[in-house]
Design a binder for this molecule. Structure first.
Ligand code: NAD
Length: 485
């Protein structure tokens, strides 16, 4: 597995895409739907969820019959196709969802191909002693039911497939309906990789029209032994209430603290780089900043040098009216603010145009100074809009940042050289990922150590999922024997 992704490699990919696509405006050049791409029928996509589960069950039996070496061959093909078709999936993803950036989506696919662990992630353990030997092996569950989001659609399908197949499972997907063509393209890619390696034609399966009803069939079907949900709070709650073993990878609202010991120029660049990655779609991306007041001006100036556009309170009010809309709870009648799906993952330039501000392509983030209670701080916007709150000291910074994270325990960031402050915040916020002095994406292995995943399971505790997360432990006891000392 290739681990090192150099800056030069990233720049090369990005430059070629930018040349091809004139910025990241996607031409709707390809023909696609939930069942086909450019006239080719996608393999593994069914009208009925029951048929998809039956196909995934056959896939599971085929994986069970494979040696580890054969599984690795399938996974190697998935990696290869994921790299060579990264651009297709990136263009398709932006075209279908109208969210994110082609250049960054290419980088996300390459990351998945390079840094998602395969079968080596599953290690047995052995205990020997007076009574002999006990072996614990990590076995598959069977068919895994996976719910995937619109924000990293093909990335999540491929990343989950690699880990779940490495663990010996079959997989059935109920993808996000808003990204169904992109998700099903990835399902077909996994199946092509299987066929290339001599595996079954259908190893993983999906449906043409995913709905809450098709998800419910998946929850209740006896062949589906594990549910893995990657999405917002509603869907995570629904799988956790299913009565089945479930892995929940839910929402975040990652705060960033910048104290006055940090390298402020670098912090400004890192924060804008992380916050604007795929237009802020990743759940780990920086969502609000708490900065010491004595370094706030310098931080804002560094952000502006790195593609941020500062708007004033009046402009922020106009923007808020566009990106957050009223929604009435049908049960209680209470009206609350929710994000406008039309604005999620859109370019900063496009969002600014909505309030009559016209900027060049160099602007990639909108920044604004707010107080803690502002909706931009409290809501997970998933847009390149970054509220900045001035704080007096580390006590206030930690207090507010922990509150802004809303107890999701997902991701938090800090820029500081003060080891005590770093440790205090990490302990207080209790997040699954804590990134120090780097852009957020270092937390998923992009310019940081460690494996990659797009399913970060905070609520159920698996953390950054990988093949071993999709296994169950089985013990074999060999009494009074097999000890060689
Ligand atoms: P979403 O929550 O709108 O949808 C996720 C999936 O769940 C979709 O397939 C959707 O159709 C389905 N769904 C929604 N409600 C359901 C229900 N009650 N029962 C069954 N299925 C249901 O997600 P999205 O907007 O595409 O993704 C963004 C959200 O997901 C953000 O909150 C983000 O933080 C989170 N996310 C988390 C991770 C992670 O690893 N923790 C990764 C990506 C996204």
């Amino acid at each position: 597995m290739a681990i090192n992704w150099t800056e030069a490699q990233i720049e090369k990919v990005v430059a070629s895409v930018i040349n091809d696509l004139r910025g990241h405006t996607v031409q709707s050049e390809c023909r696609y739907d939930a069942k086909s791409y450019e006239g080719r029928t996608l393999v593994g996509v069914y009208e009925d969820m029951n048929d998809a589960i039956a196909a995934a069950n056959i896939g599971y039996k085929a994986v069970r019959a494979m040696s580890l070496e054969e599984r690795e061959r399938v996974i190697a093909n998935i990696r290869e196709l994921c790299r060579s078709e990264a651009r297709n999936m990136a263009v398709l993803g932006v075209s279908e969802t109208k969210m994110g950036r082609v250049d960054h989506k290419i980088a996300k696919h390459i990351l998945v191909a390079d840094k998602t662990p395969g079968t080596l992630d599953i290690t047995p353990t052995v205990k020997t002693g007076d009574y002999g030997l006990t072996l614990t092996e990590m076995a598959p569950f069977g068919v895994v039911g996976s719910i995937t989001p619109s924000t990293n659609p093909s990335e999540t399908v491929i990343c989950n497939s690699i880990g779940m197949i490495a663990a010996g499972n079959g997989v059935v997907f109920n993808p996000h309906p808003g990204a169904i063509a992109t998700s099903n393209y990835a399902v077909d890619l996994v199946n092509r990789a299987s066929r290339m390696a001599g595996g079954p034609d259908v190893l993983v399966a999906s449906v043409v029209k995913p709905t809450l009803e098709s998800a419910d069939i998946m929850y209740k079907h006896p062949s589906v032994r594990l549910l893995v949900c990657t999405g917002g709070p509603g869907v995570v709650k629904s799988v956790l209430s299913s009565g089945k073993k479930a892995i929940g990878a839910g929402a975040g609202n990652p705060p960033v603290i910048v104290d006055d010991t940090a390298d402020i120029r670098k912090a400004g660049k890192d924060i804008i780089d992380g916050c604007t990655f795929d237009n802020n779609l990743p759940c780990i991306a920086e969502k609000e900043v708490f900065v010491f007041e004595n370094v706030a001006d310098e931080l804002i100036s560094s952000m502006k040098e790195n593609g941020a556009y500062l708007i004033n309170a009046e402009e922020a009010e106009k923007l808020e009216a566009v990106v957050l809309v009223d929604k009435k709870n049908p049960k209680t009648g209470v009206i609350s603010k929710v994000i406008s799906r039309d604005c999620v993952g859109r370019d900063a330039k496009v969002l600014l145009e909505k309030i009559g501000i016209y900027v060049g392509d160099n602007i990639r983030c909108i920044i604004t100074e707010t107080d803690f209670n502002h909706n931009f701080v409290q809501h997970e916007l998933m847009m390149p809009i970054l509220p900045i709150v001035r704080v007096k000291n580390i006590d206030q910074a930690i207090d507010l940042a922990v509150k802004a994270e809303h107890g999701f325990r997902h991701t938090a960031h800090m820029h500081s050289k003060n080891i005590d402050n770093l440790t205090r915040f990490a302990r207080a916020v209790e997040t699954t990922i804590f990134v120090k002095n780097a852009p957020s994406y270092a937390g998923i292995g992009f310019g940081g150590e460690g494996h990659a995943t797009f399913t970060i399971a905070g609520p159920t505790g698996e953390g950054l999922t990988s093949a071993r997360s999709f296994t169950r432990a089985r013990r074999c006891v060999l009494s009074e024997s097999f000890r060689i000392i």
